[in-house]
Design a protein around this ligand. Structure first.
Ligand code: AMP
Length: 642
């Protein structure tokens, strides 16, 4: 049980009261000294997270069973319309086990080119379970539909409202059904028809918006319709030249470039789902892992390749990958790739090798922001593209309840324990710290206090990071301590609580971090520990809270007021205004001519010029404030802070 006391000069008492850390009504406002939870009765901690262990092999029994039982059963319409050959004996000849996580089971065969790639191959229950049992649960679609999308560019096709509005073929529709994606997310509603009609696309959307499926579904659908073309023959010929069957160069039909191993793996996982029961074999290559193993995987066939730029260049130089038949190129999180210094490798891959030129290949770029460097890349890589600006998902929106509490450095650990004890034990909590050393130290501390936790940071090996993520996602270790760099771009869909143990100094980083919760329209909670060390973020933080209609502590307002009078008027980047990451620069600068604005505004509902986030109460254990209301979309915005 927590006991909370009230002698903090900065209003910690009020904050704690607001946190409702005393569910039984005891302890508040008594004037007693604050007793750190780890010095109180140890049983309290054990009854919180400490004793929590998922004994079900890491999946969380209920969702797994629910997901598995749902195959072919949840959506009758889809069931009868797609994959209705389930169990058909006639396809039994395709059944082969033992493939290493690819989309299908026929990769050893040599005569694939003759098959009809638009027809589903035989089902495989074990693989189906493996791929789809972890699919999403609890998605708040009502919230999600409120995200505004703006499309600009010539002859932009109308957006879709349902996956059924566009013909993506039997395989894709079957896999959408198995993934339990009942309706497209806003970026999908717009991007799918654009990609389907073979237009290039520049989309400003974040991880968490459903952008991966937004490009995978239409790209794979086109590959299924059109078949492998010359790619298979090229690979076969290279094998004959080498004189060793199987040791052949692979010619992927589609390439997806991503900045980090983690993101590459996420995309790969999603690709495997949508390649299920198809002839397409997805592969992934990334740095920091055994290249020999990756080469062996490639040699078993690779039609869709997910890669980090450095490792791909290595593979190309070793003669393992040829891009001659790469008809679909996707650059995911392009801004991060440039931030990480990958531009030379990206240009080497796209411009200085054998990849078909722009206009011949189809190119899609996704980026959370659209600074000058990305505009230049878009100009160089894309042909007459359509620009999509997707509102930020659950960042400055009311999807996330944001709390800022004053906590002195010395009280942070104790306060963290209070929060963890008050949170439901089956909730995933992500704790951000500033340094690698800080991450190690906090993990040790929590571990000693009996909490099932893990950590990731830049000094951890690839294997350790993957293991930690797995432990976290599966709920076995429902607390993850992370540095910002290590956690960037990760899709961990059901994080309930993000805690900024150390606040960043940069407001963009803050937005990224809290965006780890409230994903795909879920409601989330973000708590930030604030003290004197964080004064440089005061004004920006206040703006964000106000913009997202959050409760603003009065001390933060006072501090911001003081700060504003002390410092020069730096002003916050207006990038967040209106909730978009960026806007089509061709319009802002008068454009390169001929681009019609095709502002579709809201993807659902149509509330005119106001964003109309619906609000609603967060039903968590200890935050119980309602939030809601609309805020106005500001008209003239300088999207890049120029
Ligand atoms: P992304 O932004 O691509 O990282 O996607 C975030 C999460 O949303 C992933 O776990 C996806 O599997 C999930 N997702 C994507 N599209 C949909 C959809 N239409 N319905 C439900 N979940 C989705």
């Amino acid at each position: 049980m927590s006991h909370v006391v009230v002698d903090n000069p900065h209003g910690l008492d009020q904050q704690l009261a607001a946190l409702d850390l005393n569910p039984d009504g005891q302890g508040g406002g008594t004037g007693r000294r604050y007793i750190p939870p780890h010095l109180r009765n140890k049983d309290a901690a054990k009854n919180g997270f400490g004793g929590y262990e998922n004994k079900d092999g890491g999946w969380g029994g209920a969702p797994r069973d629910a997901a598995y039982n749902s195959f072919g059963g949840r959506n009758d319409r889809s069931k009868s319309a797609f994959f209705n050959d389930r169990g058909a004996g006639s396809r039994g000849r395709y059944e082969r086990g033992g493939f290493g996580g690819g989309g299908n089971s026929r990769w050893g065969e040599d005569s694939r080119g003759e098959d009809d790639w638009s027809k589903p191959t035989a089902p495989n229950e074990r693989l189906e379970h493996e791929l789809f049992s972890g699919s999403n649960t609890g998605i708040n679609f009502e919230k999600y539909d409120d995200i505004p999308v703006e499309a600009t560019g010539s002859n932009c096709p109308p957006h879709i409202e349902s996956f059924h509005d566009v013909d993506m073929g039997e395989i894709i529709m079957g896999n959408i059904n198995l993934s339990r994606y009942t309706r497209p997310t806003p970026v999908q509603k717009h991007a799918i028809p654009i990609i389907k009609i073979k237009r290039d696309l520049m989309a400003c959307a974040q991880t968490g918006s459903g952008k991966t499926a937004a490009f995978l579904l239409p790209v794979l659908s086109q590959i299924y319709t059109e078949g492998p073309g010359d790619a298979l023959q090229a690979s076969k010929s290279s094998g004959q030249e080498n004189g060793r069957y199987g040791r052949r160069k692979q010619y992927p039909i589609s390439l997806i470039l991503a900045p980090t191993r983690e993101l590459a793996l996420q995309i790969y996982d999603e690709a495997k789902k949508f390649a299920y029961r198809s002839h397409v074999r997805p592969c992934v290559v990334y740095g920091g892992a055994d290249i020999g193993q990756q080469i062996r995987e490639l040699e078993r066939g690779c039609h869709l390749l997910v890669a980090t730029p450095g490792r791909l260049v290595d593979m190309m130089e070793r003669g393992k990958i040829g891009l001659d038949h790469c008809n679909y190129l996707v650059l995911d999180e392009a801004d991060r790739m440039l931030d990480m210094g990958f531009e030379p490798q990206i240009r080497r891959i796209v411009e200085q090798d054998t990849m078909p030129p722009k206009g011949i290949r189809q190119t899609m770029m996704f980026s959370a922001t659209f600074p000058k460097e990305i505009q230049i890349l878009a100009r160089d890589f894309l042909e007459d593209y359509i620009f999509l600006a997707v509102g930020r998902v659950g960042s400055t929106s009311e999807n996330i309840t944001q709390k800022v509490v004053w906590v002195e450095e010395n009280d942070k650990r104790s306060f963290l324990l209070d929060l963890l004890n008050a949170t439901g034990k089956d909730s995933l909590t992500l704790v951000f710290v500033e340094t690698k050393k800080g991450a190690d130290a906090l993990e040790d501390f929590l571990y000693r206090e009996g909490y099932a936790c893990t950590s990731i940071h830049g000094d951890r090996s690839q294997r350790d990071r993957e293991e930690a993520l797995h432990q976290f996602r599966s709920g076995r270790c429902p607390i993850l301590v992370a540095t910002a760099v290590a956690a960037r771009g990760l899709d961990i869909s059901n994080v309930k609580h993000v805690i900024n143990f150390d606040l960043p100094s940069d407001i963009e980083e803050y937005v990224h971090r809290i965006g780890r919760t409230g994903r795909v329209g879920n409601l989330g909670l973000a708590t930030s520990f604030f003290n004197d060390k964080n004064s440089n973020i005061t004004k920006d933080l206040l703006d964000i809270l106000v913009e997202a209609k959050q409760e603003v502590p009065s001390w933060l307002e006072s501090l911001a007021y003081e700060h504003q009078h002390k410092s020069t008027n730096r002003g916050r980047s207006k990038r967040f205004s209106g909730g978009f990451g960026a806007r089509d620069y061709r319009q802002a600068s008068g454009g390169s001519g001929g681009f019609n604005s095709n502002r579709s505004g809201r993807s659902a509902g149509g509330h005119g010029g106001n964003r109309g986030f619906g609000g609603g109460g967060f039903g968590g254990n200890f935050y119980n404030d309602g939030y809601g209301g609309n805020y106005n979309h500001s008209g003239s915005v300088d999207w890049w802070g120029n």
